[in-house]
Design a protein around this ligand. Structure first.
Ligand SMILES: Cc1ncc(C[n+]2csc(CCOP(=O)(O)OP(=O)(O)O)c2C)c(N)n1
Ligand SMILES: [Mg+2]
Length: 729
C-alpha cells in the first residue's frame, strides 16, 4: 500500500481514537486562534500532497515531491513578515500557504493546483515547472539544484542593508526586511551551501549588516542517505558570526516561539542566524521513491507515528483551541475541497508549443528614470588629471576603467564586486581608483569565492541594483558557473518574467598573454556561456569599442533586465602597437559617454571584396596584422569584428559579408565547441561563397615560449587566407 494512504488512514484512525504521539504541552506566544489558522494551512499542504499523487496517477499532474512531515514550516512563516523575501526549500508548501493567509486576496489552493497541472495559468511559472513561489508573497521560485539558492540569499540580505544606504530606483525589499532561506539537512553539506554559510559568517564577523535567516529543515535524511545523528547541531551550533536556534518542527507552538526569537534577533541586530527545525519526512523522497526499500519498515513506521498533523491536533486540544472532532472535520473538508478544485484546475490550458515555453526566456523591459549624466564639474572632480588624457590614445584597460567610471557616476545603482577589485584595482588595474572614487560600498572587495561573488550579484540585482561582478580569470568561472547557468539565467524563465536578476559579469579571459600563466590564466573556451538561453556574451577587441559596448551592456541590464557577460581579452589590455614597436596602432581615444555600440551591431573595417575575415577579440588584432601582407599580394580584405558572441548577430553578419567573394573565420576558441562551429553553420545556411576556418587546437594552453602555439597566429591567418583564395580558382 502507498505510504501516503497509510499516513492518511493512521491520521483518521488515531484522531478518532484520541491516540496522539507524545510531546510537550503547548506554550505561547502563539494564540489559540493563530494555532487553528496554522493547522488549517497544514491540512491544506497535506491535502495538496495527496492530490498531487492522485493527479499524477490520472496523468494530469507532473510532480509529486511533497511537504508531508514538514507542515510545521507554517509556524515559521507566521513568525516572519509577508514582505520578508523567502527563498524556499521544495518542502515548504505549508510555509507558502501560511504566508498567503497574511496577504489579502490570495488563493493558494487554486494556485498550487494549477502548478501541479502545469497549467499556463499557474501564477508563478506559467506552467514551466512545478515550483513554489509567488510574486505577491515575496517568494521567488527556486530551481531543483540543491543549495544553489543560498549564495543569492546572502546577496539579497546584503542588498537589503545596502539599499538603506542608497536605495536604487527598482528596489523591492523593505528596508527592515530580513531574508529567509530554507533547505534540507543533506543540502546543508553541499559546498555551495557551505560557501554561503561561510560568506555570511565572514560578513557578519566584520560587523557588516546581513539580515539573513537560514533555516535547516532536518528530517534526518537526503533521499536514502542518512544524516549522522546530531550532525546539524554539532556543526552549526557554534559557528562564529552565526547565531544558532533550534526547535521541534512537529510542535507548532515551539516552532513559532523559536522562529520568532530567531527572526527578532536577525531583524534587530541585522546579523545572520541559523534556525534548526527538526522534522520528519513522510512517504519517502518523492512519488516513486519507496522508503521501505532502503529503511527498515519499523523505522518508517516510527516516523509516520510522529506525523506533525497528529501533534497539532493534540496541541490544539490541550490548548483548548479546537477539539479533535473539529480538527478531523477541518482535515476531511480540506481534502474534499482540494479534490473539487483540482477537477477544475486540470481543465485549464497548458503550454502548447516552443514559442509559449520560450516566452519568458528574455525578461521584460522595465521603465527607468532618465538620467542627465553627471555634471561637467562632478566629472572633472572624479576624473581629476585623467580628464586631460581623454583626448589622447589609450590602452584597452584604461578605456574600460574610464567607461566604468562614467557609468558609476551616472547610475548610482551600479555596484561592483570581486576579488581584489577595490583596493588593488584588479589584477590588471582595470578597476584602479574606482574604490577611491566611489567608496567601498560600491566597489566591494569580496572574499575568495566565485559562487559568493555571483550570488551577491544575483541577490543585489533582485533588489534593484545593477551589479557588475568581476571574475578574475575565465578559468575560475567554472567552479561557479551554475550561478549563471542554473540560477541567474533561469530566474525569469521559471518566474514567467516576474523575477529578474540583471547584471553585467565582467570576465578577464582568452589567451595570448606572452609567456604568462598557462591555461589557468589563458582559458580560451567560451562554450559554457554560449549555450545558456537568454545570456548575452559580448567581447570587445579594442578600447574604444569596449567603452561603447560596456555602456550598451549596462543599458541592456538596467533597462532590459538582461544577463550579460562582458569578456575582456586580457592580452589586449595593455596592447599599444599593431605592426611595430611604437606605432601606437592599437590605442584609441576615449569615446564620448553618449556613444554606444548597439547589441548585435558588428564592426566592419575595410571594404575589400576578395575576403571577409570574420573574427573577434585577439583574432581581430591578429587579422589586422595579417592584412598588410595580404594586401601586398593583392588580396583585399575586410575585417568583421563580431563583438557579440552570443546570441550570434546573424543578420548583421550576413549583411557584413555581403559582396565578399570568400569568408575566412578566425576563432581563438577551440575547434570543438568553439565559436567557429556556429559561424560555419550560419554561413553555410546563408551564403554560397567558399568558406574556411582556423581555430585553436583542442588543447589547454601552455606557459613559456609555446604560449600561443595552439592558437591562430598572424602567419596562420595569412596562410589560411592564401589557400582559401587559391581554392577553386
Ligand atoms: C546539486 C544537486 N545534486 C543532487 C540533487 C538530487 N537531490 C534532490 S533532493 C536530494 C536530497 C536532499 O535532501 P535534504 O537536503 O535533506 O532535503 P529533503 O529532501 O530531505 O527535505 C538530492 C540528492 C539535486 N537536486 N541537486
Ligand atoms: Mg533531509
Amino acid at each position: 500500500m502507498d505510504r501516503a494512504a497509510i499516513v492518511h488512514d493512521n491520521f483518521l484512525r488515531r484522531v478518532a481514537a484520541r491516540d496522539f504521539p507524545e510531546g510537550s504541552a503547548p506554550a505561547g506566544p502563539l494564540s489559540g486562534h493563530e494555532a487553528v489558522a496554522l493547522y488549517r494551512a497544514q491540512c491544506l499542504s497535506r491535502a495538496l500532497d495527496r492530490q498531487s499523487r492522485a493527479m499524477q496517477k490520472a496523468g494530469q499532474g507532473f510532480y509529486t515531491i511533497g511537504s508531508s512531515g514538514h507542515e510545521g514550516m507554517a509556524a515559521v512563516a507566521a513568525a516572519l513578515r509577508q514582505t520578508d523575501p523567502a527563498f524556499l526549500h521544495y518542502r515548504d508548501a505549508a510555509f507558502q500557504i501560511a504566508r498567503a493567509d497574511q496577504v489579502p486576496g490570495q488563493s493558494p489552493t487554486w494556485d498550487i493546483l494549477l502548478s501541479f497541472a502545469s497549467s499556463s495559468e499557474d501564477p508563478i511559472s506559467g506552467g514551466r515547472h512545478k515550483v513554489l513561489g509567488s510574486k505577491a508573497l515575496c517568494i521567488p521560485p527556486q530551481t531543483s539544484t540543491i543549495a544553489s539558492h543560498l549564495p543569492k540569499a546572502v546577496g539579497a540580505a546584503y542588498a537589503v542593508a545596502a539599499a538603506r544606504r542608497h536605495r536604487p530606483e527598482h528596489a523591492d525589499m523593505p528596508e527592515d526586511a530580513i531574508v529567509y532561506c530554507s533547505f534540507g539537512d543533506a543540502s546543508a553539506n553541499h559546498s555551495t551551501a557551505q560557501g554561503a554559510f561561510n560568506t555570511a559568517q565572514w560578513t557578519s564577523f566584520q560587523s557588516v549588516p546581513l539580515p539573513l535567516l537560514f533555516c535547516c529543515e532536518d528530517n534526518g535524511i537526503g533521499i536514502s542517505t542518512k544524516t549522522p545523528k546530531g550532525w546539524i547541531a554539532a556543526t552549526f551550533a557554534n559557528r562564529p558570526g552565526l547565531k544558532y536556534f533550534s526547535c521541534d518542527g512537529l510542535d507548532l507552538f515551539d516552532t513559532y516561539r523559536v522562529a520568532q526569537q530567531a527572526a527578532d534577533y536577525v531583524r534587530s541586530r541585522r546579523k545572520p542566524a541559523f534556525l534548526h527545525v527538526r522534522t520528519v519526512r513522510l512517504y519517502g523522497h518523492a512519488g516513486a521513491d519507496m522508503p521501505t526499500t532502503y529503511m527498515p519498515k519499523a523505522e518508517v513506521e516510527a516516523e509516520e507515528a510522529n506525523d506533525p498533523l497528529l501533534h497539532s491536533v493534540r496541541l490544539l486540544d490541550q490548548f483548548g483551541a479546537m477539539s479533535p472532532e473539529q480538527a478531523l472535520s477541518v482535515y476531511n473538508d480540506t481534502c474534499a475541497r482540494v479534490a473539487r478544485v483540482a477537477e477544475q484546475a486540470i481543465t485549464r490550458p497548458r503550454l502548447q508549443n516552443a514559442k509559449e515555453v520560450m516566452a519568458s526566456l528574455i525578461p521584460p523591459t522595465r521603465p527607468c528614470a532618465p538620467t542627465n549624466g553627471p555634471t561637467p564639474e562632478r566629472r572633472a572632480e572624479v576624473f581629476g588629471g585623467d580628464l586631460k588624457a581623454h583626448s589622447e590614445p589609450q590602452i584597452l584597460s584604461r578605456l574600460i576603467n574610464w567607461a566604468l567610471t562614467d557609468l558609476m557616476l551616472e547610475l548610482g545603482e551600479i555596484v561592483m564586486m570581486g576579488e581584489d577589485v577595490g583596493r588593488k584595482g584588479g589584477v590588471y588595474g582595470v578597476t584602479q581608483k574606482l574604490q577611491t572614487r566611489f567608496g567601498p560600498d560600491r566597489m566591494i572587495d569580496t572574499l575568495l569565492d566565485e559562487q559568493s561573488i555571483l550570488g551577491l550579484a544575483i541577490g543585489m540585482a533582485q533588489n534593484g541594483f545593477t551589479p557588475i561582478p568581476e571574475i578574475q580569470f575565465l578559468a575560475y568561472l567554472h567552479n561557479a558557473e551554475d550561478q549563471l547557468r542554473g540560477e541567474a539565467a533561469t530566474l525569469p524563465f521559471f518566474s514567467n518574467g516576474q523575477y529578474t536578476n540583471p547584471m553585467v559579469v565582467r570576465i578577464a579571459g582568452l589567451g595570448y598573454q606572452k609567456g604568462f600563466g598557462g591555461h589557468f590564466h589563458n582559458d580560451n573556451s567560451v562554450a559554457v556561456l554560449r549555450d545558456i538561453p537568454g545570456l548575452i556574451l559580448a567581447c570587445p577587441s579594442n578600447g574604444a569599442d569596449a567603452a561603447r559596448m560596456l555602456r550598451e551592456c549596462v543599458r541592456l541590464a538596467r533597462e532590459e533586465q538582461r544577463l550579460v557577460v562582458f569578456l575582456e581579452p586580457i592580452a589586449l589590455y595593455p596592447m599599444r602597437d599593431l605592426h611595430e614597436a611604437g606605432d601606437g596602432g592599437w590605442m584609441q581615444t576615449y569615446p564620448d559617454p553618449s556613444e554606444k555600440i548597439g547589441f548585435g551591431e558588428v564592426g566592419v573595417d575595410g571594404d575589400g571584396d576578395d575576403l571577409a575575415i570574420v573574427t573577434f577579440g585577439n583574432g581581430v588584432y591578429l587579422s589586422h596584422q595579417a592584412r598588410a601582407a595580404l594586401l601586398a599580394d593583392g588580396i583585399k580584405t575586410r575585417i568583421i569584428d563580431m563583438r557579440w558572441l552570443s546570441p550570434l548577430p546573424k543578420a548583421a553578419l550576413t549583411q557584413a559579408v555581403t559582396g565578399a567573394e570568400r569568408i575566412l573565420i578566425v576563432d581563438e576558441t577551440r575547434h570543438h565547441g568553439g565559436v567557429a562551429e556556429a559561424l560555419m553553420a550560419h554561413f553555410h545556411e546563408t551564403s554560397d561563397v567558399p568558406l574556411a576556418r582556423i581555430t585553436a587546437e583542442d588543447s589547454f594552453i601552455a606557459t613559456g615560449p609555446a604560449y600561443a602555439a595552439t592558437m591562430p597566429s598572424k602567419d596562420s591567418i595569412e596562410a589560411a587566407a592564401r589557400s582559401l583564395m587559391e581554392a577553386g580558382t
